[in-house]
Write a protein that binds this ligand. Structure first.
Ligand code: ADP
Ligand code: MG
Length: 697
């Protein structure tokens, strides 16, 4: 490996390269745009474009692409070469400021949720200078936002950028009210921890369910699962280690600060955590990370599965969204500091987050809803579908003391006595971790733990930013004319904690008692995507986005329809894949095995009628009965899919039908199929088993 500090960011047009390659005035103007959100001049864009192109061409690039995040959930790109005809019949390499700033992909083939007719094809991508351009596969990638000709937002990045602006402007106003005049900008930061599975490509290729849906739709449990707890943090196998090293290098080249890697709970499951960045860059980097994971796996004869529940019976994969807010002066606004009981600024920001999570728990729930994540939430491996917050003993005690007007006693950092002379003693953290909470305070940030592994983190983050901005601007209005500011803050913080304490829960979120308790507290418990998604268009939620200028009502309704449509399509593909596997492979395989058993029994009997055919006949009887039920259930599922209500009447209705009828039948079919797998000779079973897949690397 080359020198790591040289390797890092070598494929990124980062700050250092801009300084080296841009005229001083251009560099300064661009920095103003990046740091303070000031509008960009075309002459600056021209100079930047030229410098970017020169660098890219030196690096061997022939093409550039605007890279954007449409509502499909994956990224999109359309490559153009730098070539321009020259007078002498040759070519020159050109890239203008206009090409850097604006791209024109055809918008009609991206989901728009019905806000546009299909003939309205014009769409624009706009350069996002706050996220640096980078090189992949001899192409210069330019991060961009995506909107339609008439200005409707068609992507995930635009609302995120707007929410960051909004949170910044209200926080700055509030902080200046508190006397922090040197604060001119506030940013949200995110560190997303990414879980994934890694399996052998040969196994993957033999499983149509993995190919079409990303998860196994059939598969009896292997004799061994995750019960020995020997995989979590276990020694990394050399083939996986080679993949991880390669992955780190690829990510580092792209300027992504891959930091931590380890084995996760389920066999074949792993995790990667980067060092946090601003929400915008963290989002782009997480999308890139997922893409690079897939590509790198291929090089190693492996496949990286990012589905939330690739295998039944063992843990699925999630993503932890570590989130915080900090100022341009380097202060983390969610850091309680040494003296939280007198840190009114911290209390104010904490109160805003508590109020936001309580009032908009439904939005946080629905932003993590997906067909895949429906398998995890509430299944004792991920936080439940009920959104609550964990503050830990220390902050919990602080909040109690504020509500009750009593004295606060910090647990304080105590010494961890190892009791072994050669081991050094150290200071313990003030609070333990709560692995069961969907939204946990972890010292100076919140960890939103309910995200599915394949989710684009832009959505949860723009919702989170917007709801907190909304509460902060409410606070600002209440405080701005106060005569005694400290007293007013204390009253406001106490009132807020008192009114919203129901969202705080420090206990075991996996317990049955919590479900009951949460219902008593009036917290939402939406178990599936259709149930949750319905609330996207509640008036309170539409008002939140419209008032804060994040998206319009028409755009919210479009997003809502897109989510429902996507869910319906995913479930339909799963059902069709199951039917296909059942009819083309599983049923014929069991019939063949039965015929072999029958022939074997007959052959035995023909040798001597005294030979026992007990084993054969018992198996024949049992399997025949199961097969009959399997064939009938396959037919039932087929009918259910054919009879699905037409979505043109209502996507919500159709989504609910898929959840309640189709999904339930799929479960039944699987159960029967998996049982037959346990009784059928491995020689006949058409697909690699869970054991082979999960322990095959
Ligand atoms: P752990 O989860 O083991 O406690 P860390 O606390 O170090 O690990 O961090 C977990 C993730 O949180 C990492 O991706 C880290 O970069 C991120 N993180 C740390 N501080 C912040 C912050 N202020 N804002 C956002 N993310 C953060
Ligand atoms: Mg963590």
């Amino acid at each position: 490996m080359t020198n790591l500090t040289e390797l890092f960011g070598s494929m990124v047009f980062n700050d250092r390269k801009m300084q080296e390659r841009l005229p001083r005035t251009t560099y300064k103007a661009l920095k103003k745009t990046i740091k303070n959100g000031e509008p960009l001049d075309i002459s600056v864009a021209n100079a930047v474009a030229n410098a970017m192109k020169d660098w890219a061409v030196e690096m061997g690039c022939t093409h550039y692409t605007h890279w954007f995040q449409p509502m499909t959930g994956v990224t999109a790109e359309k490559h153009d070469s730098f070539i321009y005809p020259a007078d002498d019949g040759q070519i020159i390499m050109e890239f203008s400021g206009k090409e850097l700033i604006k791209g024109e992909p055809d918008a009609s083939s991206f989901p728009s949720g019905g806000i546009r007719a299909t003939f309205e094809a014009r769409g624009y991508t706009t350069w996002d200078p706050t996220s640096p351009a980078f090189i992949r596969d001899k192409t210069l990638y330019i991060p961009t936002a995506f909107c339609s000709y008439t200005g409707e937002v068609l992507d995930k990045k635009t609302p995120l950028l707007r929410s960051m602006e909004k949170l910044s402007s209200v926080s700055v106003k509030l902080l200046q009210l508190l006397g922090k005049n040197e604060v001119t900008r506030v940013t949200t930061t995110v560190g997303p921890e990414q879980e994934y599975f890694l399996i052998d490509k040969k196994m993957y290729d033999a499983r149509p369910d993995l190919i079409y849906t990303g998860r196994t739709l059939f598969g009896a449990p292997a004799p061994k699962g995750q019960e020995l707890e020997d995989h979590y943090f276990g020694t990394i196998k050399s083939r996986v280690a080679a993949f991880m090293n390669d992955l780190d290098e690829e990510l580092w080249k792209l300027g992504i600060m891959a930091k931590t890697k380890h084995n996760e709970v389920a066999p074949s499951q792993h995790e990667l955590a980067p060092i946090f960045a601003t929400s915008n860059i963290a989002t782009d980097h997480n999308q890139l990370t997922m893409e690079v994971m897939k590509k790198t796996a291929e090089k190693h004869g492996l496949v990286c599965l990012l589905h939330e529940k690739p295998f039944a019976g063992v843990n699925g994969s999630g993503k932890h969204n570590n989130w915080s807010i900090s100022t341009n002066t380097g202060e983390n606004l969610l850091d309680p500091g040494k003296d939280p009981e007198n840190n009114l600024q911290f209390q104010l920001f904490l109160a805003a987050v508590v109020k936001a999570v309580h009032e908009y728990q439904d939005l946080l729930r629905l932003t993590v809803a997906s067909a895949g994540n429906d398998h995890r939430l509430g299944a004792n491996e991920a936080p439940p579908a009920i959104i609550s917050m964990y503050l830990g003993d220390d902050l919990g005690a602080l909040v109690d003391s504020i509500i009750n007007g009593t004295e606060y006693k910090s647990a304080g950092k105590t010494d961890m006595l190892t009791g072994v002379d050669v081991l050094p003693d150290f200071k313990k953290d003030t609070s333990d971790r709560n692995r069961t909470s969907p939204f946990a305070f972890t010292g100076n940030k919140f960890e939103f733990r309910a995200l599915g592994s394949s989710l684009n983190i832009a959505c949860p983050n723009y919702m989170l930013n917007t709801m907190v901005a909304e509460e902060l601007s409410g606070f600002y209005n209440e405080l701005k004319d106060a005569d005694d500011l400290d007293a007013a803050i204390k009253t406001l913080v106490r009132k807020t904690f008192t009114e919203h304490k129901n969202i705080i829960f420090n206990g075991d979120n996996y317990s049955a008692e919590w479900v009951e308790e949460a219902a008593k507290r009036g917290l939402c418990n939406y178990r599936s995507l259709p149930e949750a998604m319905e609330h996207y268009v509640d008036k309170k939620n539409i008002d939140l986005f419209v008032k804060n200028g994040i998206v319009t009502e028409a755009e919210i309704r479009a997003r809502y329809e897109i989510e429902l449509e996507h869910y319906i399509k995913e479930l339909r593909i799963e059902a069709r894949t199951m039917i296909d596997m059942a009819e083309k492979n599983i049923t014929p395989a069991v019939i063949e095995f039965l015929s072999e058993l029958t022939n074997a029994a007959a052959a035995k009997k023909s040798l001597s009628s005294s030979y026992s055919v007990y084993a054969e006949t018992t198996l024949i009887e049992e399997l025949s009965a199961k097969l009959e039920s399997f064939v009938k259930k396959t037919a039932e599922l087929k009918t259910a899919v054919e009879k699905a209500p037409n979505h043109s009447s209502s996507n919500l209705e159709e989504a609910k039908y898929y959840r309640e009828t189709v999904f339930a039948l799929m479960g039944e079919l699987r159960e029967t199929g998996d049982y037959m797998e346990t009784k059928t000779s491995a020689k006949f079973w058409p697909y690699p088993s869970y054991g082979e897949i999960l322990f095959g690397v």
